[in-house]
Ligand binder design. Structure first.
Ligand SMILES: Cc1ncc(COP(=O)(O)O)c(C=O)c1O
Length: 386
């Protein structure tokens, strides 16, 4: 229970009950100082900040945090960008567009990938197979069957944004895919929400996530870890991809820097990485990892669901929980409701901040919530949804 570390943010929210820990995470106080530190470094170092501070200290530290939390052997294989969409576009730019590339994905990817993919498909230059996540119990088997067909890109979430359903044992599911296929995992709802140990899978796949959700550090700090032997030459490339060769003559073959540099873009606002590092250092100092965060959230979810079982709310029936209890779940609860918009509106009127994706209302608990918060939430839901 770390609520004392979020005073500034919660003072601004007033008495609203914030239950969107999975999406718009409150920022711990420590991030405010980190943000100001960025300003001060910019004033003190002006354009020297990039070499001395950002690429000299901030990026290597952020790479180490990512590598530690994912169980990656080599931190140098982690690139950063302002959002994951930039990495999606860069991965797409690695495909061979002289023919029609084939993509295998799911029908439940977040919009950054789903929209980009649909748009490319609309041009007629991409062939896409989508495996629906539901029914959950057979997803693994159905995705594994689809993997038998050769394709150029495999892209799937580790935890799905529209349900919280977790794909367990990714290493087994993604084993045996031919080396020439690009395999990418969207881990945004997994990173710092559930324990992730990529191990040898980390040397084979691309893995992307960022700072806005469970890291609690705000925007602008997304990452991509790349496979150990990656020599791809993204066509969508910025000058940071080859920092060392700025003086190369025009007309020479485009070069790419070492390790993950080939997946960098260009000038960005590094303040997100300052906040990212500050949160990681703070959690590290407290000995808090994704394992503790997940266990804490699961405890609160258990209390919340027990409360709904003992005092049922017709507008929020337990039967609408998806995936149903018993299936692996990330760090939020999803209710699939005909009247989702009405429920969201009633909750907002009573100062309960949740979010909604279409028919799905999502409740997310965080490390700053405790059991008393869950009881207060249930009491307020009782009034809002009576
Ligand atoms: C699964 C998943 N991936 C990625 C993102 C964020 O995408 P981007 O960084 O392109 O905004 C989200 C945001 O909600 C998400 O749920």
């Amino acid at each position: 229970m770390l609520d004392a570390h979020y005073e500034t943010f919660f003072a601004a929210i007033g008495d609203a009950l914030h239950v969107t820990a999975h999406s718009h995470h409150p920022w711990p106080d420590i991030t405010r100082a980190a943000h100001l530190q960025y300003w001060e470094d910019s004033a003190r170092l002006t354009n020297r900040k990039w070499q001395e501070k950002v690429f000299g200290e901030v990026v290597p530290e952020a790479q180490r945090h990512v590598a530690r939390h994912l169980g990656l052997a080599d931190a140098a294989l982690v690139a950063f960008a302002p959002n994951t969409h930039e990495f999606v576009a860069r991965l797409y730019s690695c495909l061979d567009w002289s023919r029609r590339p084939r993509v295998l994905t799911t029908a439940n990817e977040f919009h950054s990938f789903a929209r980009q993919t649909r748009r490319l498909e609309e041009t007629g230059r991409l062939e896409v197979s989508r495996v629906p996540v539901e029914p959950y119990a057979t997803f693994r088997e159905r995705f594994a069957r689809a993997l038998v067909e050769p394709c150029d890109l495999v892209f799937l979430s580790q935890v799905f944004f529209d349900s919280g359903f977790v794909v367990e044992r990714l290493d087994e599911l993604l084993a045996g895919i031919p080396a020439e296929t690009i395999v990418a995992v969207d881990g945004y709802h997994a990173f710092m929400a559930i324990p992730v140990e990529l191990g040898s899978l980390g040397r084979r796949v691309f893995y992307t996530a960022g700072g806005y959700k469970y890291v609690q550090a705000g925007e602008g700090a997304c990452f991509l870890s790349i496979p150990a032997d990656c020599h791809l030459r993204p066509a969508f490339t910025g000058w940071y991809s080859d920092f060392g060769q700025l003086s190369g003559a025009q007309g020479e073959r485009i070069g790419y820097g070492p390790a993950a540099m080939r997946f960098w873009g260009s000038t960005f606002d590094p303040s997100g990485l300052y906040r990212f590092n500050a949160v990681m250092r703070w959690l590290d100092g407290l000995g808090v990892t994704a394992r503790e965060i997940h266990a804490h959230v699961a405890l609160l979810e258990g209390r919340f669901l027990a409360g709904l079982a003992s005092a049922p709310l017709a507008r929020l029936p337990l039967a609408s929980l998806t995936p149903p209890s018993g299936q692996p779940r990330g760090n939020f609860l999803t209710f699939d409701l005909d009247a989702a918009e009405d429920v969201e509106g009633r909750l907002a009127t009573h100062g309960v901040l949740v979010d909604r994706r279409g028919r799905r209302v999502r409740f997310g608990f965080g490390v700053y919530h405790d059991q008393a918060f869950v009881d207060a939430l249930l009491e307020r839901l009782g009034r809002a949804l009576a």
